[in-house]
Ligand binder design. Structure first.
Ligand SMILES: [Mg+2]
Length: 226
């Protein structure tokens, strides 16, 4: 029986652009003009990494905590717009019924993770939840995934990760866990494949009819669905 470790934002819930807008407003509050496309492409890292990634180390040192505080304020304002992504709950229900162990590993905070999972309605389907609050480092570091895997008490069965960003794919890769990528976070097929994704699908509905044993394509098979 498989262990499936899901990313949350952009994978199970449609929050990528909410995070982008919240960060954009937070940077503006700090007097910084950061183009939103740069913010968008850094969403998926934790907030501990994002400020330096988009605005540089000097800004992180001078205003990182202020930016995170403002981000938290603006994200709270946008939380009523969180929606599940297509197929997310259906897929989790199917995997749970199949006897898979389901984990959620997010770079976000415990509170934000619980709020998003409540919107998703995945409650009893999820066996393990690990957040950025639980780990020393966020994605692309493998810490949240590693902790999630430890908590599932997995045996020798297959382990798969599912995420929407190159940071998910990189984190999984550091643990030699195959990662399926969805495009619902806005990353393109080529860059997800280049990062090491074993399969790229548009969204989770594309996995609904596919047995988990076939999620990882055989060597030589195309790593994306046509
Ligand atoms: Mg994500």
């Amino acid at each position: 029986l498989a262990v499936i470790i899901f990313d949350l934002d952009g994978t199970l819930v449609d929050t990528t652009y909410l995070h982008t807008m919240a960060w954009s407003r937070a940077f503006a509050d700090c007097g910084l003009d950061v183009p939103t496309w740069r913010v968008h492409r850094a969403v998926g890292m934790g907030g501990d990494r994002l400020v330096a990634a988009v605005a540089g180390e000097a800004v992180e040192r001078a205003a990182g905590d202020q930016a995170r505080e403002r981000w938290s304020h603006w994200y709270e304002e946008l939380k009523d717009r969180i929606r599940p992504l297509p197929g997310a709950l259906d897929l989790m229900q199917r995997l749970h019924a199949d006897g898979c162990t389901l984990a959620v590993a997010s770079s976000g905070s415990r509170d934000d993770t619980e709020d998003a999972l409540a919107v998703l309605g995945s409650g009893r389907l999820v066996d393990v939840v690990v957040t950025g609050d639980d780990a020393k480092d966020t994605k692309p570091a493998p810490d949240v995934l590693e902790l999630a895997l430890d908590k599932t008490g997995h045996g020798s069965g297959p382990v798969l990760a599912v995420g929407d960003t190159v940071y998910d794919v990189q984190a999984a890769g550091r643990l030699d866990i195959p990662c399926i990528a969805v495009r619902t976070g806005g990353f393109g097929q080529a860059e997800l494949t280049d990062a090491g994704a074993v399969r790229v699908v548009d969204d989770l509905t594309d996995l609904l009819e596919l047995p988990t044993s076939e999620w990882v394509p055989a060597a030589g098979a195309p790593a994306h669905d046509q």
